[in-house]
Design a protein around this ligand. Structure first.
Ligand code: AMP
Length: 594
């Protein structure tokens, strides 16, 4: 039965990738036929709904452009101002607009999500065999309470809506170690504690471990480090700690827990070891892989997970956003840095806006940096924006693109905000590596540092600490412009590989880390430093647990634990306060030679 389902899944995959062009044309035709009469599209299409008209007249937009329509629907106007099919709710994406989560309309359509899951399952089955038959998955999954908009429509995260669906509820107890009540517990610490406890109790049945994004998996290991004695005590006695007050969790765990001193002893022996290298494989010896997205900004967690994994493959299986399900990884065993996602032609109408990043960098590197060059670079930027988008099947390997989607849920030529690089094709469907979010995260004067620039700089600098036994477990940044000239501040949380006791890092090396980061940042940054338009970069080392406190803060402010990605840059005063109150040492770059 399952084998047939997986075979059928692989066949569908062949069709979706082979007939990518025809399917994309059909997807667009269907969307336009259904929605050309909406207030939004009418204004651009004038009743005509062919592709040429669409491409010529419908503008490429960002969330801010369509926000007024979304707010009107959220405030009670009929959703047919934007799309013909009724809006049944909103997804709250992690992207923000003016500090608020973006609201993405959702409809009753479930087929695409179910098909996407089936296809991912078929690919995993091809590489790892029928793991559903072999045991359960310890997936750490979290939800967010729904928020009611004035129209009465509910807004929730895309992951919460999947877990609420009866399709998921029907299979959860067969496939996953976590009871549904622990996934829906609104206190993330109680939820994490209970999910790990049941994962440990069922450790011999666990055939895979994971979370949606790698950040939650790293947090889970740190959580076990802090609580393993208590977890073992619960396993030994069969009694749940009184810290768990959530009635759903208590009821669910009472059905699973019974005294098991032998199991508690084995886990105690593993966790009591000085080094936690390979702890995941030791705790879950039958696990075949760790499933957690570790590409893009999540790549900062790969070193920590490689250390803890004991050689288990780290699988990034899909590229999905609240706006659209986009692509799956057909080679789950490839290393995170080599992962490409194959786009599925039936999920949305995809367009790709070429990004001439390299061209711009070369340009800035070649010219003498002065105000004329600055002006020219601005003009060049605007000419880049005038470049036409290309269709899914026409992308060129090696080229970077900004993703633009048109969906059946009311997004028309909408920029998701992600930059992807085409790497090749599977049949006629292109494959992409995730490059970065199209957002400048740090900026002083005209200097703009992107998430990926910062990640590159941090990766290079932290290599200086590797031989000394330090692991970087979290970082973030902010542009401090309270004094002139302003400067960038990086917060790093470190941990010793071989022990839980934290050694003071050598100040000389930390200063070298600062200089290394400065050397890796972009041309404009280096020029501004030379001219003292930007002051020396500062590195603040924070106490262990700081990034957990930061995650707690963001979750308390409405972020979803499942979709939490750890901000590469912080603007909230409260969040900066949390970091600043835990600083152990401050270091500045001094002798950077540009
Ligand atoms: P959300 O809107 O909260 O659903 O988050 C979607 C965003 O998460 C995407 O636009 C990407 O920036 C990021 N994302 C999703 N999947 C991946 C992936 N496989 N690799 C890197 N980033 C991803």
């Amino acid at each position: 039965m399952a084998a047939d389902r997986h075979q059928a899944g692989l066949k569908i995959l062949e069709k979706l990738t082979t007939d990518a062009y025809q399917i994309q044309e059909q997807v667009l035709e269907d969307i336009l036929n259904r929605n050309a009469g909406t207030e939004y599209l009418r204004g651009f299409l004038n009743g005509q709904c062919d592709k040429q008209h669409f491409k010529k007249n419908v503008p490429i937009v960002t969330y801010d452009d369509i926000e007024p329509y979304i707010h009107r629907i959220a405030n009670g106007e009929s959703s047919d101002i934007l799309l013909a099919e009724p809006v049944t709710g909103f997804y709250r994406s992690t992207g923000t607009s003016g500090g608020q989560p973006k609201l993405i309309p959702s409809t009753a359509e479930k087929d695409k999500g179910a098909l996407f899951q089936t296809l991912m399952g078929s690919v995993m089955n091809k590489h790892f065999g029928d793991l559903d038959k072999a045991g359960k998955s310890m997936q750490l999954l979290f939800t967010k309470p729904e928020i009611e908009t004035p129209s009465g429509l509910l807004a929730t995260t895309a992951t919460t809506s999947i877990f609420k669906d009866s399709g998921f509820r029907n299979i959860v107890s067969m496939r996953y170690t976590s009871p549904i009540e622990t996934i829906f517990c609104s206190d993330i610490n109680q939820s994490m504690y209970c999910q790990l406890l049941v994962g440990l109790i069922q450790r011999d049945e666990v055939v895979s471990v994971g979370s949606i994004f790698a950040s939650a998996m790293v947090r889970a290991i740190k959580f076990i480090e802090d609580h393993w004695e208590e977890l073992c005590y619960n396993i030994k006695t069969g009694h749940l700690s009184s810290r768990i007050s959530d009635s759903g969790c208590k009821n669910a765990l009472s059905l699973i827990m019974k005294p098991n001193p032998d199991l508690a002893d084995s886990i105690e022996n593993i966790c009591g070891c000085k080094s936690w290298e390979g702890i995941i494989r030791k705790l879950w010896p039958k696990a075949k892989y760790i499933g957690a997205v570790a590409t893009g900004v999540m790549s900062q967690y790969t070193a920590a997970l490689d250390f803890y994994s004991g050689g288990l493959p780290l699988v990034s299986s899909a590229y999905v956003c609240s706006e659209a399900m986009c692509g799956i990884n057909l080679e789950p065993l490839s290393k995170p840095a080599d992962v490409s996602y194959t786009f599925l032609s039936n999920m949305a109408y995809f367009e790709f806006l070429p990004v001439k990043k390299d061209c711009l960098t070369m340009f800035l590197d070649q010219v003498q940096f002065n105000s004329v060059a600055r002006q020219e670079s601005k003009e060049m930027m605007s000419s880049i924006e005038a470049i036409e988008p290309v269709d899914l099947v026409n992308v060129e390997p090696g080229q970077c693109y900004e993703l633009v989607v048109t969906t059946s849920a009311g997004l028309y030529r909408y920029k998701v905000g992600d930059i992807l690089m085409a790497t090749g094709f599977y049949n006629n469907a292109p494959q992409f590596q995730f490059v970065e979010r199209q957002n400048v995260i740090l900026s002083i004067d005209a200097e703009k540092t992107s998430e990926v620039d910062l990640l590159r700089a941090v990766t290079k600098a932290k290599a200086l600490l590797d031989p000394l036994g330090f692991l970087l477990t979290g970082y973030t940044s902010y542009a401090d412009t309270s004094s002139t000239p302003g400067h960038y501040i990086l917060f790093w949380e470190l941990k010793m590989k071989e022990s839980n006791d934290m050694k003071e890092p050598d100040p000389k090396i930390m200063v070298e880390c600062c200089s290394s980061m400065e050397e890796s940042l972009n041309y404009t940054y280096r020029m501004y430093r030379k001219e003292n338009i930007i002051a020396p970069l500062e590195l603040r080392v924070v106490k262990q647990g700081t990034f957990d406190a930061l995650m707690d803060y963001y979750v308390s402010q409405g972020a979803s634990m499942s979709q939490y990605k750890g901000p590469s840059c912080i603007k909230s005063k409260q969040a900066i306060k949390i970091l600043d109150s835990r600083v152990m040492g401050k270091f500045f770059s001094v002798e950077t030679q540009f």
